[in-house]
Write a protein that binds this ligand. Structure first.
Ligand code: G
Ligand code: G
Ligand code: MN
Ligand code: NA
Length: 253
């Protein structure tokens, strides 16, 4: 309860920030993109990862405020980077609580207008478990968001039991293969079969496929060979401070 009260205050005091983890395309001469990952710069405890504070926020209304912070800050940064000549697709993590807000789409529309962020430079990551819930609301909201020009990615793909037919009714641009499949892929031919199947599915349906949690060059080589469109993980780069991410973008990748 103490940490929760501190988080409420910290949110107002500007103690939340993003780390940026690169996503490296496998095709040559294609620009990398980034995922924004929330961090809390706690005055005494230092930099806290989402696992240390998001669960607290979910139990209260705070998760809604954090969702709004995520959207506004993400848009502000996307616009700033574009203005600085560093235009880069930025992915934001959207929660089930965000999507359920009655004014979710209005808030996004208003925030785009307020921040002047280019919608084409934004992607929303929603988890596979949200897709499995099968609510008509989700499809409706995603269609509205997509019509604003924002891309949609399915996070943690392959962990739940997605109703694959449901994917056909959602406006999806990308699936992110969950790290549990990536971690052991080198020694597991069955995992390789599953990932190859996801790549085929994505190609047939016109999505991109990205692998997350790529930690070794052997995993990276295998996933590249299987046709994944992009790689994300410690083998490429860890989540970085903004200045370090922008420096990384300047390097030959
Ligand atoms: O940085 P990392 O472990 O620890 O992120 C863990 C999870 O926290 C992510 O997979 C995502 O679901 C959630 N998360 C990360 N960044 C954000 C954010 O900006 N907003 C919200 N609401 N959730 C986030
Ligand atoms: O949105 P999502 O749940 O995918 O959040 C990504 C989280 O995974 C972040 O907290 C990030 O720090 C973490 N992460 C990023 N790359 C790797 C990796 O290669 N290995 C592991 N174990 N974790 C990673
Ligand atoms: Mn994510
Ligand atoms: Na994920």
């Amino acid at each position: 309860a103490r940490l929760e009260a501190e988080l409420r205050v910290g949110l107002q005091r500007g103690e939340l920030e993003f780390a940026f983890q690169p996503k490296l395309p496998t095709a040559p001469h294609t620009r990398p993109s980034a995922e924004a990952l929330i961090r809390w710069r706690h005055p005494e405890q230092g930099l806290l990862l989402p696992g240390a504070f998001l669960p607290l926020a979910v139990e209260s209304r705070l998760i809604v405020e954090i969702g709004r912070w995520t959207l506004l800050e993400g848009m502000r940064i996307a616009r700033k980077w574009a203005e600085q000549g560093n235009a880069c697709l930025l992915s934001l993590n959207i929660t089930a609580q965000d999507i359920r807000q009655p004014d979710f789409v209005d808030f996004i529309r208003a925030s785009l207008a307020q921040t002047n962020a280019p919608a084409e430079l934004l992607e929303f990551e929603i988890t596979e478990s949200m897709v499995m819930e099968d609510s008509p609301l989700l499809a409706e909201r995603l269609l509205e968001i997509r019509s604003l020009g924002i891309r949609i990615a399915i996070d943690d793909f392959g962990t739940g039991y997605s109703n694959l037919a449901r994917l056909l009714h959602l406006p999806i641009d990308c699936i992110k293969i969950d790290r549990t499949l990536v971690t052991d892929i080198v020694g597991r031919s069955d995992y390789q079969t599953v990932v190859r199947t996801f790549v085929n599915l994505a190609e047939g349906l016109g999505f991109d496929v990205i692998a997350e949690g790529v930690e070794t060059t052997a995993q990276a080589a295998l996933l590249r060979g299987m046709g994944c469109h992009a790689l994300q993980g410690f083998a490429i780069a860890p989540p970085l401070h903004e200045v370090d991410f922008l420096a990384w973008l300047e390097e030959p990748y």
